[in-house]
Design a binder for this molecule. Structure first.
Ligand code: CTP
Ligand code: MG
Length: 229
């Protein structure tokens, strides 16, 4: 029985990175970003299935990339949607009913450490309906009003949320079945159903590769850890 399945939304275009290919296929230390993300997920031995949402037309290419990185863990690929939420919904439809826990992980968070994946999985297996990794915010953040006025928020009360986000499979299905949600991530959707979201310790290395600068940072981290060799 598959205990944990991982959904990897990888159907975005990567406009801000501007690599000329969808971001998940952009090369990081000579390999697609997607391959790094899949390796990070399957390093968690309880992950028994990976479902990737791919851009239309790139399903078979992403399937090859994913299979190559998944180390024998079963892989499925679906066509993603116009939004991240739609891509996760499409992948969720392929998760068998005997899966208890689903991790949703951005392909773009290619270098998430294994401890973060394990901590999220542990929290959901221990009974949390939803668990997300979070880190302290390094910048001071101001809230800007419609009239242009602004105020400083208390940084000590803020956290930046990463992935993988972990869910009881039933709770995630219920959240995606409810249409009209304006939440931008799965934890927000689950929260709007009234479920608590447990925070676990994130890691700055789980940052989302968004811009060219992020890609350079990821290359440097890999070179530093020796993984790129
Ligand atoms: N994603 C997805 N389907 C979409 C949009 C995004 O599966 N329709 C995925 C991306 O592939 C990425 C993750 O959601 O792994 C986080 O999104 P983001 O970092 O914004 O990636 P992109 O949307 O590709 O980048 P950009 O916004 O710069 O175009
Ligand atoms: Mg985007």
């Amino acid at each position: 029985v598959t205990l944990i399945a991982a959904i990897v939304p990888a159907a975005g275009s990567g406009e801000r990175l501007g690599a000329g290919v969808p971001k998940a296929l952009a090369l990081l230390a000579g390999e697609p970003i997607l391959a790094h993300a899949i390796r990070a997920l399957v390093a968690e031995p309880r992950v028994g299935l990976v479902v990737v949402a791919a851009p239309p037309g790139l399903e078979s290419q992403m399937e090859r990339t994913t299979r190559g990185a998944a180390g024998g863990v079963p892989v499925r690929v679906v066509t993603g949607g116009a939004t991240r939420v739609a891509s996760v919904s499409a992948a969720l439809a392929l998760i068998p009913t005997d899966v208890a826990v689903v991790l949703v992980h951005d392909a773009a968070r290619a270098l998430v450490p294994g401890q973060v994946v394990a901590a999220v999985a542990d929290a959901v297996l221990a009974g949390a309906p939803a668990a997300v990794p979070a880190v302290a915010v390094v910048d001071t953040v101001r809230r800007v009003g419609a009239d242009g006025s602004s105020e400083t928020l208390d940084r000590a009360t803020l956290r930046a949320v990463q992935t993988p986000q972990g869910f009881s499979a039933d709770v995630l299905r219920a959240a995606h079945a409810r249409t009209g949600s304006t939440a931008t991530d799965d934890a927000g959707m689950v929260e709007s159903l009234g479920h608590p979201v447990t925070l676990v310790e994130g890691d700055y290395r789980a940052f989302k590769v968004t811009t060219r600068m992020d890609l350079l940072l990821a290359e440097a981290l890999l070179a530093d850890s020796g993984e790129a060799s």
